[in-house]
Design a protein around this ligand. Structure first.
Ligand code: GTP
Length: 286
């Protein structure tokens, strides 16, 4: 899976330039894929600059796995992490209270605090910015054709929020991460077809949450593998094309939609242990 290398390059450059002059980073991550939705540039260059990792869309993720992610992130003393959903704006606004206590010194001396906010497309970054700013902030830089740079947003009490382009950075070296992004719907412009993405997602979900799939599609037994699953689910949903063949494209779309809106249940796609193992594998390959 491959996407927009040119824009990624530009976004990465802007983040690199801004990073040294900010006091704090707010990283908006997708709670279902906290590793795959994280910007590897931030991980590499942040050092011990304070960082708040917001696991957004936690209303769609497996709460047990989300808890493990938070514990994992908070092993790093410079990181605060919490599960949020933009359906609960008060919870998100409370972050500013945390920032005030973290930078109590700056407040006493009337020094401004610069915060950089990052997040891949569709992760809910704009919604979160609007909640923090308590007004609607126009989007910039999100569309490939828009060349505007970073946007500085004034928050109350001398806080400044620097928005960064919500462009997807690739982890070309990690295909699983790319498939997870495609499964959640973060990658749209991809040459990979829905059936391929659905087969990948089914393979993982059958291992991690077999009962959820069997229940939702009222299957007689646990499928042997992802193809068996798509065939059985396709039959149940009447996804049959001419010649009495299973219409894989149709069942793939239904399955992905039902994953994305959590009709299948609260299912996460990765654990901290998986991410650590993959990271080690990627390092070894580079
Ligand atoms: P781009 O506009 O693509 O850059 O994405 P963005 O990261 O700015 O995301 P945006 O705020 O536009 O939200 C993307 C979609 O996710 C919208 O349809 C939101 O309604 C939805 N969304 C945002 N936060 C949440 C959340 O916590 N839970 C759920 N279920 N949906 C959310």
């Amino acid at each position: 899976i491959n996407w927009f290398p040119g824009h990624m390059h530009k976004a990465t450059k802007e983040i690199k330039q801004r990073l040294p002059s900010v006091d704090l980073i707010i990283e908006v991550l997708d709670a279902r894929i906290p590793y795959s939705s994280a910007n590897p540039v931030i991980a590499k260059l942040r050092g011990d600059k304070p960082c708040i990792k917001l696991l957004n869309k936690s209303d769609l993720a497996d709460p047990e796995i989300t808890k493990r992610w938070i514990e994992h992130f908070e092993q790093d003393k410079s990181v605060r992490s919490m599960a949020v959903t933009s359906h609960k704006p008060d919870q998100i606004r409370a972050i500013l209270q945390d920032v005030r206590s973290l930078f109590a010194d700056n407040f006493e001396r009337g020094r401004p605090i610069h915060i950089m906010i990052t997040g891949i497309p569709n992760v809910g970054k704009s919604t979160i910015i609007n909640i923090l700013a308590q007004r609607t902030i126009a989007k910039t830089g999100n569309e490939p054709a828009v060349t505007k740079g970073q946007q500085k947003i004034n928050l109350p009490d001398g806080l400044f929020l620097w928005d960064t382009p919500g462009i997807l950075w690739g982890k070309f070296h990690n295909q699983s991460a790319a498939y997870r992004l495609a499964t959640t719907g973060a990658i749209k412009e991809t040459a990979v077809s829905n059936d391929d993405i659905a087969a990948w997602a089914a393979e993982y979900l059958l291992r991690a949450y077999p009962d959820a799939l069997v229940k939702r599609y009222e299957l007689a037994s646990t499928p042997r593998d992802e193809i068996d699953f798509l065939e059985q689910a396709g039959k149940r949903r009447g996804c049959i094309s001419r010649g009495n063949q299973i219409d894989f494209e149709k069942i793939a779309k239904i399955f992905l939609t039902e994953y994305r809106d959590a009709t299948l249940g609260l299912l996460s796609l990765e654990t901290p242990e998986m991410a650590q193992a993959e990271e080690a594998e990627v390092e070894a390959k580079l």
